[in-house]
Ligand binder design. Sequence first.
Ligand code: PMT
Length: 399
Amino acid sequence: MLKGKHIILGITGGIAAYKSVQLLRLLVKSGAEVQVVITPAGKEFITPVTLSALSGKPVISEFFTANTGQWNSHVDIGLWADLMVIAPATASTIAKMATGVADNMLVTTYLSAKAPVFVAPAMDLDMMAHPTTTRNLQQLRADGVHVIESATGELASHLVGKGRMAEPQEIHDAIAAFFASRDDSALAGRRMLVTAGPTYEKIDPVRFIGNYSTGKMGYAIADEAARRGMKVTVVSGPVSVVPQEPGVEVIRVESAREMLAECRRLFPEQDVAVMCAAVADYAPAETADRKIKREHDDVPVIRLVKNPDIAAALGAEKKPGQRLIGFALETDNALANAREKLSRKNLDMIILNSLADPGAGFGTDTNKVTVIRADGAAEELPLMPKRDVAAAILDRLSL
Ligand code: PMT
């Protein structure tokens, strides 16, 4: 799983830094290319010479290499990496990561990294139990960082409690398991259509019926699919987000009818379609060609007509082997409503998110979803960044 993977190993100033040597050996032995980035305090505990000998690469610590003046680009290293692991991660580094204090090469690299990040905290038990550390670790989890829990045992202070860094083998195995769960070979090269954002249904040239969707969830799915080698097309309502991954094609539409036309045109060539857009269920029966004036005594009455159901239309046209994934945005009776939509629209999976859950739904960077499969089995996932929700959905997709 680690063969050819680019891994940044971040080392900070804690007694457990000696264990990082073993972690480095294990990663290299499994075929990973490892770039060590060490904080100035880390060098007090372990020498760069040992680390560079084992990794086969110069160790990076400062923004400039002292004798040559060479600039070490944190952006380039951040982009090079498939994964970053910081082991040990001291209370101080965890706090800097949680608040964005970029005063050394390691935290600067973390802020530039596009890859998944793991931390293995190591500190004395009082520091570990302090509300500040708890808060900072919670913040890192909410930012999508994977925390490899510390163990309980004897600490450098000879006190016994929680704070020992997880064993190198355990950290290595957590990283390998992560790559295994993202084995993208089944998805690479396959085609995915994603709908994202709201639709706008015109009342007149200046007004529309719309909703609060920002496109964040749909674009997160598109980006994750592209990272896994899929060819992705987003049919997007009006949003300001853009894909973060190169190669994601975006087709912009405004109304549900325009979205339906594009989806029907594209669907026959797709392996998967993910219906994440918040499509307006109704549109004005007529669109005024001039601005409706306020001066009239009467309040205008807008007659609505039903919009087409795009997911149901694709569900009716679905061929064997194609997968159709829907979303359900509910406020009450959530599971029953979602299951009803799953079956009525001929979906293979539906992702339920409820506006009753804080941090879920429109506009947030996080979401809390329940994945419901075609047989009705439901799996509730915790609140997590939309990027991780996207990964969880793709992990559960079989083609
Ligand atoms: O964009 P964000 O701000 O990140 O917010 C994300 C989100 C809340 C919009 C997203 O997670 C989400 O829940 N999208 C679906 C919203 C929705 O319209 O749910 P629904 O329960 O009304 O529709 C069920 C399914 O049918 C959805 O897959 C929807 O795309 C589809 N549908 C609905 C109506 C319609 N006319 N055509 C459709 O295709």
